[in-house]
Design a protein around this ligand. Structure first.
Ligand code: PXP
Length: 240
């Protein structure tokens, strides 16, 4: 049975939207996600610290009971953070300053030497390494060659496809990639853009061990929590 890792970056995005406000607390969101059954908590510590902060990752390492997965660029600064905090898994992702979210997989053809060095430094410190890649055989071959423990197959093209034929084509690339990576004995994860509809397409694709899902869950949390939140404030206003 596949695992669910919940990406809580956008809880931090809400907090960072206001200066000098300490809510919502991402660590509290992580605790609730764990109580609800999530096997892992994912945070992306970006170079610009636009949402998750270093202190969040340090606190999460202390309090969560399941797996802590740190998404990061393979820069020397981030490798230093990972060696210090010791998450269970580091997922290496590409990072561009002006992107709204991670736009594609890490290109291992272009970045093989630097990613390989990052993998071995993290391994030396006992941290498992996952690489976020597009569903392409060449990328998978290199991930295997440089000793990655896992690959996370980028599902964004499938999830965002605007027509059913584009969706079908994108999904068949995912299926081929998942099976190929599994054959090479890589642990296979998947993520990006998965929502309450698109998750259903993955039924039966047993090779996927873990789904990493963030935006759709945090978006739904806002709506399913709206009624209660308004009722609580409404009561306080009526009590004035
Ligand atoms: N996997 C990776 C590598 C990501 O960068 C992200 C987004 O931070 C996710 C999964 C989760 O994507 P989403 O927020 O669209 O569910």
């Amino acid at each position: 049975m596949a695992h669910l890792s919940v990406n809580i970056d956008h809880v931090a995005t809400l907090r960072q939207a206001r200066e000098n406000v300490q809510y919502p607390e991402p660590v509290s969101a992580a605790m609730i996600a764990e109580i609800a059954g999530a096997e892992g908590i994912v945070v992306h510590l970006r170079e610009d610290r636009r949402h998750i902060q270093d202190r969040d990752v340090k606190l999460l390492k202390q309090v969560i009971q399941g797996k802590l997965i740190l998404e990061m660029a393979g820069t020397s600064e981030m490798i230093g953070v990972a060696l210090d905090i010791q998450p269970d898994v580091v997922t290496l992702v590409p990072e561009k300053r002006n992107e709204l979210t991670t736009e594609g997989g890490l290109d291992l053809i272009l970045n093989k030497a630097s990613v390989s060095k990052a993998v071995s430094t993290l391994h030396d410190s006992g941290i498992s390494v996952c690489i976020f890649i597009d569903p392409e055989p060449e990328q998978i071959k290199i991930a295997h060659h440089i000793n990655a423990d896992m690959v996370e197959i980028h599902t964004g093209t499938f999830c965002d496809a605007s027509t059913s034929s584009k969706k079908e084509r994108a999904f068949s690339r995912i299926v081929d990639a998942v099976k190929f990576a599994h054959k090479l004995k890589l642990v296979v994860n998947a993520g990006h853009g998965i929502c309450y509809n698109t998750i259903k397409a993955f039924k039966g694709l047993k090779e996927i061990e873990e789904f990493s899902i963030g935006h759709s869950i945090i978006s739904r949390a806002v709506l399913v929590g709206m009624d209660k939140a308004v009722r609580e404030m409404h009561k306080l206003v009526k009590e004035l």
